[in-house]
Design a protein around this ligand. Structure first.
Ligand SMILES: O=C(O)CCC(=O)C(=O)O
Ligand SMILES: [Fe+2]
Length: 271
């Protein structure tokens, strides 16, 4: 079972549970009107471009979109949600001074989609350091997430949870279903899981789509999954509040890494 908390729960309790158990749901964090606005902003691009991301990993009945802030400005409110940042602070700042967006992806699983292959998102980082999470993942429910419509699945088995990556890649395909739990949650809730947590999208056997906004936050000294500088050029990034442009990567890490003229901490000149 994945632990599910009410929205009065502190980031401290949520992150402690997450670090212990690999995944945690917090219900009803984002107001309905925000979620409705984001759904409105994403509708047309999902319908026209969402199928471009179909492949064996993403599925052939799943619509996706990247570069979300360019399509849905309201999504910035989920990116900078105080609970999400509180959890990201607790999980990531153990290993960095600041963190950044890895990727933001809308994922709409349509009826008839199969369960996605179980995997770890951060396996594109070619090393593993035991106890270090290179990134944290959040899935915001833009619709209700149910067992039938494809709520995200995670493996809750503790041995697998802490395993060294890639060693059990083979085993990912033969995982006993009794070790898999789903992040069932109402629209507006958020599901957090660790980079080390094995997971995947669920099968949709319902009659309506399951819609979510995936946001990953990665350590400030690793490369971001999606190239935010090309997806979100400087003028677009800087049209958002500074906390958003910083998260996109328009900030340095410490005094020497990622410096540029205009860096909000002034390290270009300082160094
Ligand atoms: O859609 C989901 O619930 C999870 C998708 C996922 O894990 C991925 O595409 O990496
Ligand atoms: Fe994933």
């Amino acid at each position: 079972m994945i632990r599910s908390f009410g929205n009065e729960t502190s980031a401290g309790i949520v992150s402690a549970t997450l670090l212990q158990e690999g995944g945690v749901v917090v219900r009803n964090v984002a107001p309905d009107d925000l979620i409705d606005k984001i759904n409105q902003e994403l509708r047309e691009p999902l319908d026209t471009k969402g199928h471009e991301f179909e492949n064996a990993f993403n599925g052939y009945k799943t619509r996706r979109l990247g570069a979300i802030l360019g399509l849905s400005r309201s999504s910035a409110d989920l990116l900078t949600n105080p609970l999400a940042l509180g959890v990201a602070d607790a999980v990531l700042k153990r290993h960095c001074e600041n963190y950044q967006v890895g990727s933001m992806t809308a994922i709409e699983i349509h009826p008839g989609e199969k369960a996605q292959i179980l995997h770890r998102d951060g396996d594109f980082y070619p090393i593993a350091i035991p106890g270090v999470e290179f990134q944290l993942q959040a899935m915001w429910a833009l619709s209700d997430f149910t067992a039938e419509n494809g709520a995200t699945r995670i493996v809750t088995d503790r041995d697998l949870l802490r395993g060294v990556k890639n060693a059990e890649t083979e085993a990912f395909e033969n995982i006993d279903e009794s070790k898999v739990s789903q992040a069932v949650m109402p629209k507006g809730s958020v599901f957090f899981w660790l980079q080390s947590t094995i997971h995947g999208g669920g099968a949709n056997t319902a009659s309506t789509p399951r819609s979510g906004l995936f946001i990953s936050y990665c350590l400030g000294w690793v490369r971001q999954e999606d190239n935010q500088y090309l997806l979100m050029p400087r003028d677009v990034a800087e049209s958002f509040p500074e906390n958003v442009s910083r998260l996109l990567g328009y900030q340095s890490h410490g005094k020497f890494l990622g410096i540029y003229p205009g860096d909000p901490d002034g390290h270009w000149w300082d160094a």
